[in-house]
Write a protein that binds this ligand. Structure first.
Ligand code: EPU
Length: 336
């Protein structure tokens, strides 16, 4: 691995050394990234990606940190955070999705134009999910109400096909731009994609941006549906506490007799388990909550405990939905 110049100015975008990651995740555990790069545009992302690869690192991608457990200590290598790539805008009617995703394409407010004429939104990866839902609601764009309350950013939401019983992120996707290992971008149209349950099936490639197409509907109806779903969610999930969302994917209903991961944890007594400052939410068995002082080690251990308990008592091998960044996994790329 090539050595890295220790000055932030050695990188082609904003860069931080030994950056704290815990506050950039919704679970609030974990240590630092040796390097954290913060591109502000897709082009800067490309430059940052290439610079990391040239220095021998496979960058880890950090979106809203909503589905992620970061290890304690220093994570060697490079993390690219998409926080600053947060644009959401309406493309001009004559502009294709591909063109609209290029940052040099002119953007306008277009306050005069009826939003229903061209119900599309273009988002860069770092746009937050709540901001996207707010924009859609304000424009009378229906389609994503079902994912109200999902935290994080569009990039992560697209990559993992975030969703729940009322719908998934990919219900509205028209086009997704992803990055290849060499930093080049490729656009994938909805009809050429094969998104799966909680996995958009993009080959692990980073999502750079997306074009979404909606169904124009009265704002009031959209607002009502969002409020109803959110209210329900608040009664069954610990939405205001520090967590990484659902720990496990729901198992195949044929194997589990239709029981969700949360219900299985509940049935086998998993809600009684805790490790240090990490507990299983009394509200929902598929959430681990950081009560304030949890370490990543507490969370990793509790995740394994839950997995093993369900396996022992039911024979079901639950699959982790949350991503785990372990400090020992050093990701290196060949340098040319
Ligand atoms: N249940 C229990 N005990 C529990 C938790 C749930 O008995 O501790 C029962 C519930 O009573 C219900 C069933 O299990 O009958 C399913 O629970 P819920 O309706 O809460 O849905 P879920 O399948 O656990 C899924 C998604 C959530 C999404 C919700 C709502 C997965 C793994 N989970 O949860 O997504 O918010 O539906 O749409 O797909 C996430 O992906 O991070 C996530 C939280």
């Amino acid at each position: 691995m090539a050595s890295v110049d220790s000055s932030p100015s050695a990188w082609p975008c904003a860069a931080l050394r030994d950056a704290d990651l815990a506050r950039r995740t919704t679970l609030r555990v974990g240590g630092q990234a040796e390097w954290l790069l913060e591109p502000a545009t897709p082009e800067e992302f490309q430059d940052a990606w290439r610079a990391a690869r040239e220095r021998g690192f496979v960058p880890r991608l950090l979106g809203g940190g909503a589905n992620l457990v970061v290890d304690d200590g220093v994570l060697p290598g490079v993390v690219i955070a998409t926080d600053r790539m947060r644009r959401i805008f309406r493309p001009f009617p004559e502009v294709s999705g591909e063109e609209a995703l290029n940052s040099e394409t002119p953007r306008g407010e277009m306050v005069q134009r009826d939003p229903a004429e061209d119900p599309r939104l273009v988002c860069w990866a770092g746009a937050t999910m709540p901001a996207l839902l707010r924009s859609a609601r304000e424009l009378g764009y229906s389609g994503l109400e079902g994912i109200v309350g999902v935290p994080g950013q569009v990039g992560g939401g697209v990559a993992m096909n975030a969703g729940g019983k009322w719908g998934d992120m990919w219900d509205c996707i028209e086009l997704v731009r992803v990055g290849n290992d060499d930093g080049s971008f490729v656009d994938i149209a909805r009809e050429d994609a094969d998104p799966l349950y909680r996995n958009a099936n993009l080959g692990g490639r980073p999502v750079i941006g997306a074009v979404l197409r909606f169904d124009p509907q009265p704002k009031l109806l959209i607002q009502e549906r969002m409020s109803e779903y959110l209210l329900h969610k608040r009664t069954v999930q610990p939405v205001t506490e520090w967590s990484a969302g659902c720990v496990f994917k729901n198992p195949d209903p044929e194997i589990s007799d239709g029981r969700s991961a949360g219900r299985l944890v509940d049935e086998v007594g998993g809600k009684e388990l805790s490790r240090g400052g990490a507990i299983v939410s009394p509200l929902h068995g598929n959430f681990i909550v950081n009560t304030g002082q949890a370490t990543a080690t507490d969370v990793f251990t509790l995740m394994e405990d839950l997995h093993d308990l369900v396996a022992q008592k039911t024979g079901i091998d639950l699959v982790f939905e949350v991503k785990r960044w372990r400090a020992q996994d050093v990701l290196t790329a060949p340098t040319s």
